[in-house]
Design a protein around this ligand. Structure first.
Ligand code: KIV
Length: 263
């Protein structure tokens, strides 16, 4: 799927679904479930690699996981979900050339055909424009941007009018800079509503209410696998509990089986 398809979905009112994956088991399930977009999110730093924030994950680790995601798809390439890979912290903050090299390496060496990056400061806008000119589609990310955790925390953002207006302006700047879609995380639903009707590109929400063009979720959260569940992303099943119970049953059965003692 091409990014332009998502803009067509917005125009026709077809809701867009985005799920994260970091390995081939998950990407095969997400593809089978029919998601439009697979996001190789840098949340892998926390959910899979056990870090306290998303900051430590490296470009090499993102590439390693994006490659695994690609190996999980069963459909022919032309029919696979669009794969978007997060650019990790500092891979796009130290100059446009470095950002192009980082994004380019993900597109050259994995199934990713677009990148996502956070924020809309003037340097970031310049990077986005350069990536788009290079032929690299870019998804934006505003609101709670986890790479800025040391400034924003993990709190809901844009609680007051001033900060809502700032995010509103930034979203329009991301669109003007060439983003094909924008993720809006953990903000009041009214802001998402206002933005959705103003933007030509799709607004993909998480913890931003239902009035978005689509929704993105961390797959491990939806399946209830994470130990820490974000308050704005409830689970559909208690996956962790189900898995532990099944494994415990197997362990108990093995331990009950009498074996001939060896000397
Ligand atoms: O890294 C990630 O999983 C994300 C989503 C929460 C949007 O950026």
């Amino acid at each position: 799927m091409l990014p332009a398809e998502l803009i067509r979905f917005k125009q026709t009112g077809r809701s867009i679904t985005v799920l994260t994956a970091w390995d081939s088991i998950t990407s095969s399930m997400v593809e089978a479930a029919g998601a439009d977009v697979v996001l190789v999110g840098d949340s892998l730093a926390m959910v899979v690699l056990g870090h306290a924030t998303t900051l430590p994950v490296t470009l090499e680790q993102m590439l390693h996981h994006a490659q695994a995601v690609g190996r999980g798809f069963a459909r022919p390439l032309s029919n696979q979900p669009l794969v978007v890979c997060d650019l990790p912290f500092l891979s796009y903050h130290c100059g446009e050339d470095e950002a192009v090299a980082a994004a380019g390496s993900l597109l050259k060496n994995s199934c990713a055909s677009a990148v996502k990056l956070e924020g809309a400061e003037s340097e970031v806008l310049k990077v986005i424009q350069r990536l788009v000119r290079t032929g690299i589609p870019v998804m934006g990310h505003l609101g709670l941007t986890p790479q800025a955790v040391h400034q924003l925390g993990y709190r809901r953002q844009a609680e007051d009018q001033l900060s809502q207006d700032k995010i509103f302006r930034q979203a329009l700047e991301l669109e003007q800079s060439g983003c094909f879609a924008i993720v809006l995380e953990h903000v009041p639903g009214e802001l998402a509503s206002r933005l959705r009707s103003e933007l030509k590109v799709p607004l993909i929400g998480i913890g931003a209410g239902t009035d978005c063009d689509g929704q993105v979720r961390v797959t491990a959260d939806l399946l209830g696998l994470s130990e820490k569940q974000p308050p704005f992303s409830p689970s559909l099943i208690s996956g962790r509990e189900l898995c532990i119970n099944a494994l415990q049953k197997w362990v108990n059965e093995q331990q009950k089986q009498a074996k001939n003692p060896t000397k």
